[in-house]
Design a protein around this ligand. Structure first.
Ligand code: NAD
Length: 494
């Protein structure tokens, strides 16, 4: 067996092991075998990382660096990410099973996020206020918030880290980033590039380890002022409870059960491609998966037949092979969860149109076939619960009102897709659908400029865009007495 790659954490500008030397192994989802080792941080390791981040905010080069210089560092990091895209992509693919064709293109785009926030760093401005007192001059200045605790899940870790690191550092905060225990290697490779870019010690720290103690300690730490969490709603509840200790500002990017609505006037090819991209792209392991497909009754059979035909042709294979269109699921637990929800869904009356099992040609690796369920009523578990895998649940609707009602009948509210040639209808529904992102005649498009996030069980706050940069800073209000008279005695009426 090949020697396991060995990683260390990045704290205060130094590479280090966990206190006591404890380590965890990361498994390659395509082989089910361990391929690297990484430190299992203890609570004390987290304390060290937060203390380093706090020192960086209060003394040393990071604390006094101009916004323009911070922006340059971020742009340099973007350049290094682009130059090292192949290495980062291969690491992420080996560690999480995400297809190399997806990691290669996504990581080049990750560089754009660093360039975008690097460019925005010195555009954060305060204001002068037209105050209602003639002898006062009042202004606001924008300041960093403090130490940011950023926590990411295993899917698209580099992208999810970039939307946190970019605005946090652009606004002058320091950051402690906790990688997922299911595939931390890409973030440790990114830490190496941060070091090469020249970020001062403590400004960015990357710790690895289990949710508890590592994430739990981080989110309740008294010196943490801002938490940016991406993961599942169950974990998010722990995070919010922990933030009651430090009153840190919190953003949560959680899961979804996003609807894709197809009307009978839609461009069929576009709709089929949108459904396939929304469900089988990233092997369905995407928070914005369009896993509730709502199709107008008259075209239901025709659309589903076309999607099923494409799904059966999807090339399942080694994620490191550029030709593969779907790889394995990231963890065994993921596959077990999908199989159990699928069994409950079939028992509840859903019928299988395609897939539904492990592909016979892959006895090793956590592969699962692209799966389509025809759901005769809304009480099908796969149509309500997030599966985070390649499983599409299809429902019929009669008219626009029923489509909106079905789309909104979910505890989540992350994204939605609408396929129709009727532009007015697209805009009308955009207002009525409760989701943070609405795609009309497209699906899964993202950009550094476009805010991303949901509401209800899908989370709070937005990532990307200028809105998120503001969210990593706070205003300080400054009052200046410009009058010539001294300040009066407070107990003397004037
Ligand atoms: P998860 O919630 O199990 O873990 C996410 C992170 O939280 C990991 O780093 C984990 O170690 C950490 N964690 C665990 N317990 C913790 C605790 N008590 N305190 C603090 N941190 C803790 O999620 P996962 O299984 O890794 O990822 C899948 C989930 O992430 C899905 O629900 C998916 O929809 C969601 N997700 C959301 C988005 C989005 O932007 N909205 C993007 C990707 C994934």
């Amino acid at each position: 067996m090949a020697e396991l790659r060995s990683y260390r954490m990045f704290i205060d500008g130094l590479w280090c092991d966990a206190e006591g030397g404890a380590r965890l192994e990361s498994l390659n989802p395509a082989t089910e075998e361990a391929w690297c080792r990484f430190p299992a941080a203890t609570g004390n390791d987290v304390d060290r990382a937060v203390a380093a981040a706090h020192r960086a905010m209060s003394a040393g080069p990071w604390a006094t660096m101009s916004a323009t210089a911070r922006g340059k560092l971020l742009r340099r990091l973007g350049d290094l990410v682009a130059e090292n895209a192949d290495l980062l992509a291969e690491t992420e693919t080996t560690d999480t099973g995400k297809l190399i064709r997806e990691t290669r293109s996504q990581i080049r785009y990750v560089a754009d996020y660093f360039h975008y926030f690097g460019g925005a760093a010195d555009k954060l401005e305060g204001a002068t206020l037209p105050i209602d007192k003639s002898d006062m001059f009042v202004m606001t200045v924008r300041e960093p918030i403090g130490v940011v605790a950023a926590i990411v899940p295993w899917n698209s870790q580099l992208m999810l880290a970039a939307v946190k690191i970019g605005p946090a550092l652009a606004a002058g905060n320091s950051i402690v980033l906790k990688a997922s225990e299911h595939g931390p290697a890409p973030l440790l490779e990114l830490a190496r590039l941060c070091e090469e870019a020249g970020f001062p010690p403590g400004s960015i720290n990357v710790v690895t380890g289990l949710g508890d103690p590592c994430g739990a300690r981080l989110t309740r730490h008294p010196l943490v002022a801002r938490i940016a969490f991406t993961g599942g709603p169950g974990t998010a509840r722990h995070v919010v409870r922990n933030s009651a200790e430090n009153f840190a500002a919190v953003t949560l990017e959680l899961g979804g059960k996003s609807p894709i609505i197809v009307f009978d006037d839609a461009d069929i090819e576009s709709a089929v491609n949108g459904i396939v991209a929304g469900n089988f792209g990233a092997t369905g392991q995407s928070c914005v998966a369009g896993s509730r497909v709502l199709i107008q009754a008259g075209i239901f059979d025709a659309i589903l037949a076309r999607v099923a035909e494409r799904a059966r042709r999807i090339e399942i294979g080694d994620p490191l092979d550029q030709g593969s269109e779907m790889g394995p699921l990231a963890t065994r637990a993921q596959r077990d969860h999908i199989e159990s929800v699928l069994a409950r869904s079939l028992a509840a009356g859903a019928s299988l149109v395609a897939g539904g099992k492990r592909p016979a040609q892959y006895p090793r690796g956590w592969y699962f076939e692209p799966t389509i369920l025809d759901c005769p009523h809304s009480d099908i578990p796969a149509g309500r619960e997030e599966l985070f895998g390649p499983v599409l649940s299809a429902f019929r609707f009669a008219d626009e009102a029923e489509a909106v009602a079905l789309a909104n009948a979910s505890e989540f509210g992350l994204a939605a897709g609408i396929f129709t040639r009727d532009g007015a209808r697209g805009l009308r529904l955009m207002h009525q659908i409760r989701a943070g992102i609405v795609w009309i005649n497209t699906y899964r498009a993202v950009s550094p400029m476009a805010p991303f996030g949901g509401f209800r069980q899908s989370g709070v706050g937005r990532e990307a865009g200028i809105e998120s940069l503001l969210d990593y800073s706070r205003t300080k209000t400054v009052w200046i007495n410009t009058g010539t008279a001294p300040m009066g005695d407070p107990f003397t009426m004037r």
